[in-house]
Design a protein around this ligand. Structure first.
Ligand code: CA
Length: 455
């Protein structure tokens, strides 16, 4: 699965790609949709390299992916050109729909263009034509998201949450057999940096005779990864486990903001509704599965757990179905911001704690014939690990709001206050491979609207 684009010795002539701690070395090359902030420029696809963006529309217009970049007889040249046409557009759905051969061909072409060894003329041409500093960019959703499904793939989160909502019966018996998910709301998915309003809803205070209407007092985060679907499947045609990853374009960070008090009242019997549908924030950069290839881990099941049913199991999944992605949550309050105190790390986890793999999510989603479409988004579910500080939600980190978090300036938090901002981060690192990262997924809580919802 590894190829020349993963070679740890590759360096880019964009020197910031080699900066210590850079999320975007030449081994990463994630995709986003961007324009220069404060301009009326058209949105177009871009690829991150160091602190710059390669403007794919400019590359397309300049016709730089040609036989000089990849050997003339290489069929990948044509695939890369087709891929570039699609990736330069104002949404990446068409590019996502092309599939792994096209994605990989464009990745190889970009790797060649950006690596040390490209001619000085070519470097100068790309630098002047197609590099935009990330500091000057704004982003929008990378794709038109037709459908959004949120899974629940951390058994640690499922157990912790289950214990709070059902103390006697934390983990329901289906959990270890079925990749649990629900169909979410695509219209309220926003790009990192977009503030959102604290939701109002029906709240049922303990002991109250009837529900009241008001702003959520238990506004929470959920630390997740999002998976963008590439090629879809026809209605009625399930996706086999060993083809499932060919249908996944790549991963981003995802914060599934959650109103726990609204959730507690509305959750049974059907599941999440208004507790989840007011905002979901994703990071702008989508890291391809190919970029994550050095960070594969075996998928395993404890011997005393049920083993996956055959349609969810395969030798390939057992060999490398999981991904080793470090995840972190940072919180900054308004007082911290005013005092210049940087965001505080409040949780750190890893995608390796997923009970169900990406491929198992895709295969299970489609087993009844449901059709996925390019640009659909699947959430991993809150990625809590086994240790208390690895919890990916405040409701777990604070024991249901009973044990406040202590922040560096002496403030405390159980749930989010107005003006708080939360940033998710993700990265992969191991000896023998180059660190690749996901950038940032940030959201800020605005006060509930003054136009109250009438009961
Ligand atoms: Ca969730």
């Amino acid at each position: 699965m590894l190829n020349e684009t993963h070679d740890p010795s590759l360096r880019s002539w964009v020197k910031s790609a080699q900066a210590a701690g850079s999320d975007f070395p030449i081994q990463n090359l994630p995709f986003a949709v961007f324009c220069r902030a404060g301009t009326t420029e058209a949105w177009r696809g871009g690829v991150a390299i160091g602190d710059q963006i390669v403007d794919l529309a400019a590359l397309r217009n300049a016709d730089v992916i040609n036989a000089d970049v990849i050997k003339a007889e290489d069929p990948a040249t044509e695939l890369a050109r087709t891929a570039l046409q699609a990736a330069a557009r104002d949404q990446l759905n068409d590019f996502m729909a092309l599939g792994p051969a096209h994605w990989s061909a464009l990745r190889h072409a970009l790797s060649h263009l950006l690596r040390v060894g490209t001619t000085a003329d070519e470097q100068a041409r790309i630098r002047s034509l197609a590099l935009v500093p990330q500091s000057q960019a704004e982003y929008r959703l990378p794709a038109r998201i037709g459908d959004y499904t949120d899974f629940y793939t951390s058994v640690h989160h499922a157990t912790n949450i289950g214990r709070l909502f059902r103390p006697d019966n934390p983990l329901l018996p289906n959990y270890k057999w079925v990749p649990i998910g629900y169909h979410g709301r695509a219209s309220s998915i926003v790009i990192s940096g977009t503030p959102f309003t604290r939701p109002q809803g029906q709240l049922m205070p303990p002991g109250a005779p009837q529900p009241m209407v008001g702003p959520s007092k238990r506004l929470d985060i959920e630390l997740e990864l999002g998976a963008f679907i590439g090629p879809g499947n026809a209605l009625g045609r399930p996706i086999n486990i060993d083809q499932a990853e060919d249908h996944v374009f790549g991963l981003c960070l995802l914060n599934d903001w959650s109103a726990r008090d609204i959730q507690g009242w509305e959750y049974q019997p059907l599941g999440p509704f208004l507790a989840k549908n007011f905002a979901t924030t994703i990071s702008p950069w989508v890291v391809t599965l190919e970029a994550l290839a050095p960070y594969r881990l075996p998928f395993t099941r404890p011997a005393d757990d049920p083993q996956p049913l055959p349609y969810l199991d395969s030798a390939a999944q057992r060999a490398n179905g999981l991904l080793n992605i470090e995840l972190a949550v940072e919180l900054q309050t308004p007082r911290m911001r005013e005092a210049g105190i940087p965001p505080a790390l409040i949780a750190q986890s890893n995608y390796r704690h997923a009970y169900w793999t990406l491929a198992q999510m895709v295969t299970h989603h489609t087993m009844g014939g449901c059709n996925l479409q390019p640009g659909d988004l699947l959430g991993s579910g809150t990625m809590s690990g086994p240790e208390p500080h690895q919890a990916g939600a405040l409701i777990e980190l604070t024991a249901g709001g009973k044990q406040p978090l202590k922040l560096p300036n002496g403030e405390q938090r159980t749930f989010l206050e107005d003006g708080d901002s939360v940033t998710l981060r993700g990265w992969c690192d191991r000896p023998g491979a180059v660190r690749v990262g996901f950038g940032r997924c940030e959201g800020l809580v605005l006060p509930a609207g003054t136009t109250a919802v009438q009961p």
